[in-house]
Design a protein. Structure first.
Length: 331
């Protein structure tokens, strides 16, 4: 009799402990419950976790592949956003420009007569506007400078060749900058589209994860509840509600991922088309300028070559007389 009463008392006590545990677990914040559930899945395994639909996981994979591919594309194509992307890796002109600027300010500071003058000099901006840095502009500047240094009579005939090529190179540099600006406009649109889509999809997928964890928690509470627990009906209701939230979260995330895939793909196509269009325009201008330049250069080159040939064939003044004198002395 005693043992039977003891068993009944122990069973009643166990049910009370289970009910108390369930009540405590229900009162814990959702974040703490989800964290506990995640730790449980990592330690014990996720064999009891609610599986995600196959269509949803396939959509996740497709979205991830498109996202990564476009992020890689942006890493490469963003080079057009950097002005000096094809500039020679030389700092000589930058150092010279900086030194000249500092030297100019030092000279101005020496002539300053008041503290206000000193302040104005120190706060003064650069003396000259920034020169765009592209390979073509660098070539144009170097060739123009070379043409200006050829002042001797026998060199002035080739100076116009360098000057003409330098001028065209500067035109190509300006066209290159225009190409880069056109491509950059679409880069920005594509980057903003990817960023906004990623932000929305991440939030929705996080909601799917939270809804799945909440459902697993409710189902766990249901499994561990006593058949005679007074809150069994409410636990079933909570499981049903959690299932509905889980399904709704999956549907919302699926819609957002499909929209992200479509919008990113649309912007990527537009970006690729603009890339080809901008490059075509750049090369068209380059070809047009070079086609107009080359015939004139070839004429100047031929004229310079003829001049050198004529000059080399003329006898040097005094040479014949000197030879005759030498021969007379030998006789």
């Amino acid at each position: 009799m005693f043992m039977e009463n003891f068993r009944k008392s122990f069973a009643s006590f166990s049910e009370s402990v289970v009910d108390i545990g369930a009540n405590i677990q229900q009162n814990i914040s959702p974040f703490a419950q989800r964290t506990k559930q995640q730790l449980h899945e990592r330690i014990v395994g996720n064999s009891e976790s609610t599986p995600l639909p196959q269509d949803y996981t396939n959509l996740e994979k497709q979205y991830e592949e498109i996202l990564v591919a476009n992020q890689d594309l942006l890493k490469v194509i963003s080079v057009f956003e950097v002005e000096g992307n094809d500039y020679p890796p030389s700092f000589r002109d930058a150092i010279n420009g900086t030194f000249k600027g500092l030297q100019s300010r030092v000279n101005l500071l020496r002539s300053a007569t008041s503290a206000q003058d000193v302040g104005n000099i120190l706060m003064k901006g650069p003396d000259s506007p920034h020169e765009p840095r592209t390979l073509n502009i660098a070539l144009g500047g170097a060739l123009t400078q070379l043409a200006e240094t050829l002042t001797a009579d026998n060199q002035q005939r080739i100076a116009p060749i360098y000057a003409a090529v330098g001028s065209v190179e500067e035109e190509l540099g300006a066209a290159k900058l225009e190409q880069d600006r056109d491509i950059t406009k679409y880069n920005i649109v594509l980057r903003d589209t990817v960023t906004e889509a990623q932000r929305a999809v991440q939030a929705s997928r996080r909601q799917v994860t939270n809804a799945r964890l909440d459902l697993d928690i409710k189902r766990s509470n249901m499994r561990h509840a006593s058949p005679s627990a007074p809150n069994l009906g409410s636990l079933e209701t909570e499981v049903d509600a959690a299932e509905e939230e889980f399904v709704a979260a999956i549907e919302e995330a699926s819609v957002l991922m499909r929209h992200a895939i479509e919008s990113i793909s649309t912007k990527t196509v537009a970006c690729a088309v603009q890339l080809a269009r901008a490059q075509r325009e750049f090369y068209r201008k380059s070809l047009q300028s070079l086609d107009a330049l080359l015939p004139e250069l070839e004429k100047k080159e031929a004229a310079a070559r003829d001049f050198d040939t004529t000059e080399s064939s003329e006898p040097v003044a005094g040479t014949s007389q000197e030879v005759s004198i030498s021969e007379d002395k030998e006789e």
